[in-house]
Design a protein around this ligand. Structure first.
Ligand code: PMP
Length: 360
């Protein structure tokens, strides 16, 4: 049909309707330039302004201090699993990793190619249903950096604190919760995120890096994986993901109109709480994630009966909700409720869950 659905995809995920409409209105002739942003030279004045404005908006909205650079790269968040060790591990040859889910585990294994990697914490013992406490982190004071993933998209857990590492730089994957809550950037060495959840279409990877951490890369670091190259050339050593950067600018305008990051934080927490309350008070559904570790972005739940889960997913599609099926590695259901998911969509999903609970 011609109706938009409530899309609970984990990513790429929904973008605000206002953003899509604005992009649509500007798609054949961007502000009198006679062309679409997709057709512009990345060296043109028009595009340079889009680039600079988008970077400035992100700096303001995330309160990024002056000594940090914002990079607009490609390769997905996954490219950072290699780029971070290649550039940072040379300092001492060692790094600490906390493994709290699928993507931090991939990063942990990738880093082992480049140095001595210490497993500072793992939540695998309880199937990644919790986030380790500060006391549980086994930190090496000689680590070149400490790595963790702020929000575990597949397992539905989210760190509720910033680890204290006593001066060891923190590298953090914020792919699935960036811009949903205020972040004290000064506590981090590197923050990175694939754009396709809370920021823009897939194809853009945002990296926020403290400038002094660049320039110590391993000698065989590929040119395109060298933070220094990208800092020196303001992310334009080669062609950047122009269209995605433009779209990020539109999303940031939208975000600002909604009260910025603090505005998002209030809305997203209320949305998630609504869902957790319905799940916790139902007779059929449970959320295995321990309270205190639950994600406000990805809400995982299940009935414990695979056939009933399948029935739920099937009926949810018929009711106008998509992508509620859990990740293939864990099963069950998952509602990804990023910034662009309207409160109304979550309310309707809550109604649907309540009705399913009564009728089955
Ligand atoms: N980190 C997290 C937390 C993710 O959720 C994902 C993708 N879902 C990735 C990394 C990988 O991102 P990409 O596909 O952009 O490489």
């Amino acid at each position: 049909g011609n109706q938009r659905v409530y899309n609970f995809s984990a990513g790429p995920s929904m973008l605000p309707l206002e953003v899509l409409e604005r992009a649509g209105a500007e798609i054949t002739n961007y502000q009198g330039s006679g062309m679409s942003v997709m057709e512009m030279s990345h060296r043109s004045k028009v595009f340079q302004k889009i680039f600079d404005d988008t970077k400035a908006k992100l700096r303001t909205l995330l309160n990024v201090p002056e000594e940090y650079e914002i990079l607009f790269l490609q390769g997905g968040a996954s490219s950072q699993f290699s780029m971070a060790p290649l550039n940072l591990i040379g300092k001492t040859g060692k790094a600490d990793y906390a493994v709290t889910g699928n993507f931090s585990n991939i990063a942990y294994k990738e880093a082992q190619k480049y140095g001595q990697i210490n497993l500072a914490a793992s939540s695998a013992d309880r199937n990644h249903t919790y986030i380790p406490t500060q006391d549980q982190l086994k930190l090496d004071p000689e680590a070149s950096y400490f790595y963790y993933c702020a929000n575990n998209t597949i397992y539905g857990t989210e760190w509720q604190y910033v680890p204290e590492t006593n001066g060891v730089p923190i590298v953090c994957d914020m792919s699935s919760d960036i811009l949903s809550r205020p972040v004290d950037v000064s506590k981090y060495g590197i923050i990175f995120a694939g754009a396709q959840k809370n920021m823009a279409p897939a194809g853009l990877t945002v990296v926020i890096i403290r400038r002094d951490l660049a320039g110590q890369e391993l000698p065989y670091t590929p040119l395109m994986m060298n933070y220094k190259t990208m800092i020196d050339k303001d992310s334009m050593y080669n062609t950047p993901p122009c269209w995605c950067i433009y779209m990020l600018g539109l999303v940031l305008d939208w975000l600002e109109s909604k009260g910025g990051v603090p505005g998002m934080q209030a809305i997203k927490h209320a949305k998630a709480q609504m869902l957790y309350d319905v799940i916790d008070s139902s007779k059929l559904f449970t959320c295995a994630v321990e309270p205190g570790s639950r994600s406000d972005m990805n809400v995982v739940f299940r009935t414990g009966n695979d056939e009933l889960d399948a029935k739920f997913v099937k009926e949810s599609v018929e009711a106008g909700f998509t992508n509620l099926k859990g990740h293939r590695s864990v099963g069950g259901m998952r509602a990804s409720i990023y910034n662009a998911m309207p409160t109304e969509g979550v309310e309707k999903l809550c109604d649907f869950i309540r009705a399913f609970d009564q009728n089955n």
